[in-house]
Design a protein around this ligand. Structure first.
Ligand code: IPM
Ligand code: MG
Length: 361
């Protein structure tokens, strides 16, 4: 099979982790006779440095012409990097928001799994962590507060900032359908998270989710207020299967969920539109403090590449091989610094990539 992949190495640790993911993809391609074709594009700070903007139309066109996009991470240190002296619409993050919108990637899947091998890294009490958990946050990605009109004005000498949160029923329905579809393939439970006790957008969200649920009688639906959900995630994470939520709540809750796994360096994500096309990226950021030091954990990006094979190319067997190789490397006792524990061997980014490649072969 011919796989056309656009890569966005990006900023910080991005280029290092994408390089390792490519190594693993190449090993899988060799084993199963696929032809991977990569084209790199610039985004975020890397694009600002060359083009003065975080995302160009050419880069978007290149991404569109591929079957899938594999991304590292974008952004720098917000207090010291010159990128953050630019107006907000020219900063690195604007590139990421821009490509999500341009490619209509409205469904963001963020699995948060407690790996048995890494249970020690879980910051929760043992009586909570020992049951394990495996949830998937389905975050709406192209609407809500992050895409609404915004401005900062001065009225009578008082500065005032305005952000707007808008959702129409179609935007809610299509993400809800994705959430229920995926729940059907998992443990058949959807927790829809909103703030319906305060927000109109949440009340509409709840009503539309109820309507969609009628087509999925085999899936259990519950509603949860976002503040309660933040609490439940640390109190009893095992109760969750699919968490379905809007853009900002999903942004915040997915960071919390990843933290309770104790290993944000392990968590992959997929951003999908209505076709098989998707953008795959680790759930973590660009970690500028360790960039270029061969210290980053490439596993989240490698698992994102595995999600890409599964969701965009229907190559489940190949994806299983990558997931299996990652589990094996952990069982064999290798760890990058972020997930290091006593008795294990600490390795760098490149070596971790090589060890996974060995286990793919
Ligand atoms: C994420 C990030 C982005 C977001 C930022 C960098 C714009 O936090 O992917 O979660 O908020 O969506
Ligand atoms: Mg975030």
């Amino acid at each position: 099979m011919e796989l056309k992949i656009t890569c966005i190495p990006g900023d910080g640790i991005g280029p290092e982790i994408v390089a390792e993911a490519k190594k693993v993809l190449d090993a899988v391609a060799k084993k199963y006779g696929h032809d991977m074709q990569y084209t790199d594009i610039l985004m975020g700070g890397a694009s600002i440095d060359v083009h003065g903007v975080p995302l160009t139309d050419e880069a978007v066109a290149t991404a569109k012409s591929a079957d899938a996009v594999l991304m590292g991470s974008i952004g720098g240190d917000t207090t010291t990097s010159p990128w953050y002296k630019l107006p907000p619409n020219l900063r690195p993050e604007a590139g990421l928001l821009g490509i999500r919108k341009a490619l209509n990637l409205f469904a963001n899947l963020r699995p948060a799994v407690l790996y048995e091998e890494l249970a020690q890294a879980c910051p929760l009490k043992q009586e909570i962590s020992e049951t394990g958990f495996d949830m998937l946050i389905m975050r709406e990605l192209t609407g809500g507060l992050y895409f609404g009109e915004r401005k900062t004005v001065e009225e009578n000498g008082v500065r005032k900032a305005i952000d707007t949160l808008t959702y129409d029923e179609n935007e809610i329905r299509r993400i809800a359908v994705k959430g229920f579809d995926i729940a059907r393939k998992r443990r058949k439970k959807v927790t829809s998270v909103d703030k319906a006790n305060v927000l109109d957008s949440s009340r509409l969200w709840r009503a539309v989710v109820e309507e969609v649920a009628k087509d999925y009688p085999d899936v259990t639906l519950e509603h949860m207020l976002v503040d309660n959900c933040a609490m439940q995630l640390v109190k009893d994470p095992a109760q969750f299967d699919v968490i379905l939520t809007e853009n900002m709540f999903g942004d915040i809750l997915s960071d919390e969920a990843s933290m309770v796994t104790g290993s944000i360096g392990m968590l992959a994500s997929a951003s999908l539109n209505d076709t098989k096309f998707g953008l795959y990226e680790p759930s973590h950021g660009s970690a500028p403090d360790i960039a270029g030091k061969d210290m980053a954990n490439p596993i989240a990006t490698i698992l994102s590449a595995s999600m890409m094979l599964r969701y965009s190319f229907d190559l489940d067997k190949e994806a299983d091989v990558i997931d299996g190789a990652v589990k094996q490397v952990l069982r064999d006792g290798y760890r990058t610094g972020d997930i290091m524990s006593e008795g294990c061997e600490k390795v760098g980014c490149k070596r971790m990539g090589d060890l996974i490649v060995e286990r793919v072969k």
